[in-house]
Each structure stands twice: as C-alpha cells, then as structure tokens.
Design a protein around this ligand. Structure first.
Ligand code: MLT
Length: 327
C-alpha cells in the first residue's frame, strides 16, 4: 500500500476509535476550577465549597476552588470572563460581582449579562448588621445614635467597592446619614476576624459566616435586613422591628460560565447544581448556616438572567446617591 493510503486508513481508524472524550459528550474529562472572588473562609467561599462538594460527585471530576481576590470581586469576574469557554473554569458570583459592582462602576470591565452564561442560583443570603462585641450599644437605636454622635468616625469593614458588604452598608449608612471610615479587606472572612478582635466597629455581612460568630458570642448583631427573622437566629430582630424599615436587602450566590460556553455544558452544570441543592446533606449544611435554597423555578439559567438584570437596576440609585470614599 502507498504511504498516502496508509495515512488515510490511519486517519479513518483514528476517527472510528476516537473516544468521545474529545467531544462535548465526555465533559468533564478533567478537574473543573471554580473561581471564588473573595478570600477563603468568607461567605462566598463557604457556599462554593459546600455546593461544589456535591457537584463534583455528580460530575465525576474534582472541583478545585481558586480564591482570586481584589477590587471587590471584579478581578475574579474579569478573570472568569476571559477564561476559555469550555466548562473547565466557572465562577461563583454574587449580588456584588454580578450586580452592585457594575451598578457602581459601569466601566468595571465586564457586563454580567453579556459576558457570562448563567448556570444557576445556588443560595439566597440574608444580610445582617454586625457590631464588635464591646461597642457600647445594645440595640439598633443605640448603635445608630453612637454611630452618628461619636466624636471620631467609626470604622466600617467591607470587601471592596461593589462587594455585598460594601453595597449593603452603603445603603445602611445613607439611610441613617452615617459617615464611617471605611476599611477594605480581601473578603469578609478576614474582615470578620478584625471585627472579632475589636479592630473594626461594624460591618454588614452575609448570614453564613456571621451566624456562627453571633452564636458563639464573638460579635453582636442588631438587625437582619429581611422581612422575617432567620430561623437560625431567632433573637435577632428584623430591621423593621428594630426601627429601620427602609433597610431591606438580601444577597445571593450563583454560578456563571464565560460567554459562549456550550449549552450542553451549561445544562450539565445546572443539573449538577440542582442535584446538590436537592441532596439532603448539602441542604442541611446550607440551611444550618441560614442560607435560603431556591426552588426549582429559581435555579434555571433564565431565572438567574432576570435576577442579574434586576439587581443592576436596583443598585444603580443606591450606589450613585452617595459619595464613595472607599477608604
Ligand atoms: C466574601 O465572600 O468575602 C463576601 O461575599 C464579600 C462581600 O461581597 O462582601
């Protein structure tokens, strides 16, 4: 046989024996990286590790969490946006990275709706006002008076411009006309350590990392910014009960893939996410930390698209009505 014929037969043989691992149907054939836009130990990291633990088992591949910190989560979002859209790099985004950060700075470098494929919402996340243990106030009214009247500005921790802790406390401060000295951290995980140590006066943070510290008496909480009290923190009043009805906010975490990730892969990831959210042990872990698990209607990529669009519109007036010092 002529060499060309041999080559042709060889190619034919390769085509017949090529395993589907080179095609989409074999996805995933290697570990998946989930970018978390804040430091380890914070709310986004906690949720990502719980949810992807179960997703890894469903997908039959390891899922690696990569904490990419900086610029209120937007460094990570840009990194995720620029990743190859093959399903091997996705991101745990949230109300900040895919909402408030872009409302705050439309030239941040990405569009949550145009540069990402929504995979699905993981959890809803109540937000609380948290105060260092020894601050001399026992309820929200006393805290607001102390915050307004203190001779020196109190210190408020946040996780960067546009983060959940930044945007939600921006709203809180604007409602009560407070002007704290803002101190940025690479996530509310490290900010929480500063609050526990008494190096920071207050912050607005998500329930999953706040609840264990409140329960252990390491910090105080004067209000949850939700319509109802949380079942895991029954002694913490709602903002309305505490006298600040206008402070109503809630955060969320959701998975996003870079734009042009194939629809079959998005479907697989969404299905694995749904299985995680239906798994009794995963649910128990999430619920015991106070997060809220979306029903099946709230987990679809379409529902996440609507949520992202509504959040940008919602946060636009808040982030533009105040002077941002971001110290
Ligand atoms: C975190 O995971 O550290 C938080 O979600 C940061 C934030 O947005 O406040």
């Amino acid at each position: 046989m002529q060499p060309a014929g041999i080559a042709a037969l060889g190619l034919l043989g390769l085509a017949l024996t090529t395993p589907p691992s080179l095609g989409q149907s074999a996805y995933p054939s290697r570990p998946i990286t989930v970018i978390v836009p804040f430091a380890a130990g914070g709310p986004t990291d906690i949720v990502a590790r719980i949810v992807t633990g179960h997703m890894a088992a469903t997908l039959g591949q390891q899922i690696i969490i990569e904490n990419v910190v900086g610029s209120g989560g937007t460094t990570a979002a840009i990194r995720a946006m620029r990743s190859t859209p093959d399903g091997y790099t996705i991101m745990m985004g949230h109300m900040g990275t895919h909402g408030a950060a872009v409302a705050l700075n439309p030239t941040v470098g990405y569009s949550p709706s145009h540069d990402f494929e929504p995979i699905g919402m993981a959890v809803g996340m109540p937000v609380l006002i948290l105060v260092r243990k020894k601050l001399p106030a026992e309820n929200l009214t006393e805290f607001i008076a102390y915050l307004r009247d203190h001779a020196f500005p109190l210190t408020m921790a946040h996780a960067g411009l546009g983060s959940v802790s930044f945007a939600t406390c921006l709203l809180f401060n604007s409602i009560i006309d407070a002007h704290p000295a803002m101190v940025a951290f690479q996530g509310t995980g490290p900010a929480m350590q500063a609050l526990i140590a008494g190096r920071i006066d207050y912050m607005c943070d998500q329930i999953v990392s706040a609840a264990p510290q409140i329960g252990a008496g390491m910090i105080k909480s004067f209000a949850i910014a939700s319509p109802q009290r949380s079942p895991i923190l029954p002694d913490v009043p709602t903002a309305a009960e505490a006298g600040l009805e206008a402070f109503q906010v809630s955060a969320w975490n959701a998975l996003f893939a870079p734009k042009r990730t194939p629809p079959t892969i998005i479907t697989q990831l969404n299905d694995a996410l749904g299985q995680a959210l239906d798994d009794p042990l995963t649910r128990k872990q999430l619920l015991e930390l106070g997060s809220e698990i979306p029903g099946t209607d709230g987990r679809t990529p379409g529902a996440l698209t609507n949520l992202v669009n509504s959040e940008i519109v919602k946060w636009m007036p808040v982030t533009h009505s105040v002077t941002v010092t971001g110290r």
